[in-house]
Design a protein. Sequence first.
Length: 260
Amino acid sequence: MSEQVSVDQQAGASTASDEAGSHRRITSFVQQRNRLTEGQAHAWDRLWAVYGLDVADLVAGRVAYDPPAWFGRLVPLVLEIGSGTGESTAAQAAAAPEADHLAVEVFEPGLAQLLMRIDETGLANLRLLRGDAVDLLRDHVPPATLHGIRVYFPDPWPKRRHHKRRLVQPDFVALAASRLVPGGTLHLATDWADYAVQMRSVCAGEPLLENLSPAADGWTPRPEWRPMTKFERRARAEGREVRDLVLRRVSSPHTFTHSR
């Protein structure tokens, strides 16, 4: 999960910004200036130009969205939104060398940490994108081209007045579903109970997705392919239940199985 500035610290500025520019899309993150450690700064200086791109450069047309050119091959492509420090991201890329992986994140120290993991492990099937994943999906990722989208532990924005900032909303789920190939999966995970229920409800309303859970409640036990990170272990130790949703893109719209 990406580290976030506390909501209380940002609420005044965010509210003012929202009121002044209500026509703008409300994002699920806040921009902040981040300090890198010496090791992170060294990794950034050496490796960002090799493994990283800015979403802003794609939006401005300075760089083309072209994963086959970035990776030098055409294989299944998986997108992770909010890769945090990259612990899970690097492990999943290493476990699936037959696929290419894109990690989108706004938190620069997290991206720098992931660059260090790439350097340590020699991963060749992982590229990093700094910026807004919604802009990327909406304006640059063609429909039906991703084999997987992963959103693990997005910021829960716990206060009710900030729920509008949560990433997993109907428009986002519809956009994500449209970018998946038929049979591709959307995998969500959270340790925040009411956000989990919101995710399940929102996904239940998306006709291009079907829930793969065999359980009546729609939750899926943590799949083997999603590593348990330090963040998740801490959440469990503090008594917060982690819930996974795994949904598959269908070829034609239909009624969702687990309506809630």
